[in-house]
Design a protein around this ligand. Structure first.
Ligand code: PGA
Length: 256
């Protein structure tokens, strides 16, 4: 931004929801509602089969497409996998490190690092998700866990630019309806930014966007958007409802 402020970014992660007709309805509704909205960047992450449909629907609009996942190897005999280079031209953003990938699919910090390198190597923008589990928060280990996840994710990555997005998503808040408080989220996002500053320098930390994710909805988003270190939201369940998702995007834009 010309005045040095960070443009907030709202991501909609559809996870493994929607059939093709639903996806088209949702994409069309989002274009109708959100194209040209200023004060927020909007990125939609549909299931892989609809990425091309999303790219077509968003062509010549202000909305961006993101992939929910990527494999880190460049090419080869890896049935079912999608390489970063194969996403180029269709998506701008790629999620890495989402807790469902970590917990359901057994992805480790090392896998997340390999994905980030592949995404950056392909010239795409990562949305790196980090977050503590309930028992880790209870044990007072939240900041330590975030720092471990971030430092492992950044291993061997010499520099990042302002296209690099980090999503703080406490695992206990995802899909539960139990969002963090704005104060908890602010504290964690500030800690994330401090690790970025330590690793890549203060200038990079100033431009890097840090989202909050976990049970964000139109009623609670403003509280997050008003926090100094929170630059938008990563939205799951509410992203499947165009009115709710659009309301979240507008609230974030209004708080900018
Ligand atoms: P939720 O999901 O908004 O449904 O809690 C957030 C996410 O998984 O990014």
């Amino acid at each position: 931004m010309p005045d040095g402020r960070r443009l907030p970014i709202v991501g909609g992660n559809w996870k493994m929801h929607t059939d093709r007709a639903e996806a088209h309805r949702l994409l069309d509704a989002l274009v109708d509602d959100l194209d040209g909205l200023e004060g927020v960047e909007v990125v939609v992450c549909p299931p892989a089969p609809w990425l091309g449909d999303a790219a077509d629907a968003f062509d010549d609009t202000s909305l961006a497409v993101g992939a929910q996942d990527v494999y880190w190897v460049a090419q080869g005999a890896f049935t079912g996998a999608v390489a970063a280079s194969q996403l180029v031209g269709t998506v701008e953003y790629v999620l890495a490190g989402h807790s469902e990938r970590r917990q359901v699919f057994g992805e480790t910090d090392e896998h997340v690092n390999l994905k980030l390198r592949a995404v950056l190597g392909a010239g795409l923008r990562p949305i790196l998700a980090v977050g503590e589990r309930h028992e880790e928060r209870e044990a007072g280990r939240t900041i330590e866990v975030l720092e471990r996840q971030l430092r492992a994710a950044f291993e061997g990555i010499p520099q990042i630019d302002d296209g690099f997005v980090i999503a703080y998503e406490p695992v206990w808040a995802i899909g539960t309806g139990l969002a963090a408080t704005p104060e908890m989220a602010q504290e964690a996002c500030a800690a994330v930014r401090a690790v970025v500053a330590d690793r890549f320098g203060a200038d990079v930390a100033t431009t890097c966007r840090v989202q909050y994710g976990g049970s964000v909805n139109p009623a609670n988003v403003e509280g997050f958007a008003r926090q100094p270190d929170i630059d938008g939201a990563l939205v799951g369940g509410a992203a499947l409802h165009p009115d709710a998702f659009a309301a979240i995007c507008r609230a974030v834009a209004a708080a900018f």
